[in-house]
Design a protein. Structure first.
Length: 269
């Protein structure tokens, strides 16, 4: 169990995510989309679409004959996404583990950008995606690499192993949730996909301050970064993480080096 909660999101976190993801997840998402090369007229599913920035971009690529459906289990994020809806772009609240409302063989392309590490049952989700893809349809995903833990992940993990914080189950504890390139390839083959490419790409993140780094993680994790702790411990934990991060601040900011797995697979014809 990854202990991911889908009930810790707030309007502030959703709005903050919309603002900060422009320079981060949206930019890297565009690289994933370039690899997948959506063609005019294609039917696309964005799984874990968040506030819909990337889906909105893909809708311009598939044009009026194509469609993009963005789904996400967080109603507050989908509410922001729905403001971007138009004739060929729609959004719904739905979970990657249950795509039963969608038809089999419906999509030419399904992608997950910065979502895969949050999925508790990755095989189940991949099987659901396999079902809704047309034969020959592509699956693309970009996710953090298990083998390259970031600065913040390490600091948080250390804190969560100390009393009193260790009494509360943490989301994505240790390396749980993240996969390695090899594990992803195995998951693809076990769920019927044919792997096309799996790349591990360096991902350098620079945050201007400890506060900004924590806010980024809280918004990107829809409250899970510190959300496992009771209210009275959250401020203490935040203070401790801030202290550790500030020690690492350089004139350019707080630098964290991780890596991202970018993968493309297809449903065989
Ligand atoms: C870091 S955000 C990425 C959002 C968007 N894909 C983007 O590129 O900005 C992670 C997203 O994964 C979604 N997510 C978490 N668990 C999920 C699940 N079980 N099914 C689908 N999406 C999920 C969250 O709701 C959140 O919007």
């Amino acid at each position: 169990m990854l202990n991911v909660s889908l009930t810790l999101d707030t309007e502030d976190l959703a709005q903050h995510y919309e603002a900060i993801s422009v320079e981060r997840q949206f930019k890297s998402g565009k690289n994933l989309i370039a690899l997948l090369a959506p063609a005019s007229g294609e039917q696309v599913l964005d799984v874990g679409a968040g506030t819909g920035l990337l889906a909105e971009y893909v809708a311009t690529l598939v044009g009026p004959q194509g469609t993009v459906l963005g789904i996400d289990p967080l109603p507050l994020r989908i509410a922001l996404a729905k403001r971007k809806a138009r004739a060929n772009l729609s959004f719904d609240v739905a979970d990657a583990h249950d795509l039963s409302t969608l038809n089999a063989d419906q999509f030419d392309l399904v992608y997950l950008n910065a979502v895969f590490h949050w999925l508790d049952d990755k095989k189940l989700a991949l099987r659901q995606i396999f079902r809704v893809l047309k034969p020959g349809g592509r699956l693309g995903l970009a996710t953090g690499s298990k083998d390259h833990a970031g600065l913040l992940r390490g600091i948080r993990a250390k804190l969560h192993n100390e009393p009193p914080f260790d009494h509360y189950p943490q989301a994505l504890k240790g390396r749980a949730g993240w996969v390695s390139a090899e594990e992803l390839e195995t998951l693809f083959s076990e769920t019927g996909f044919e792997t096309k490419t799996i790349d591990v790409q360096p991902n350098v993140q620079i945050q201007p301050s400890a506060e900004a780094a924590i806010e980024f993680s809280q918004a990107s994790s829809f409250g899970n970064f510190l959300g496992n702790l009771p209210e009275e411990f959250r401020a203490v934990a935040r203070g401790r993480i801030k202290e550790e991060l500030e020690k690492l601040r350089t004139p350019v900011g707080i630098r964290s080096e991780t890596a991202r797995i970018v993968a493309v697979a297809v449903k065989p014809v």
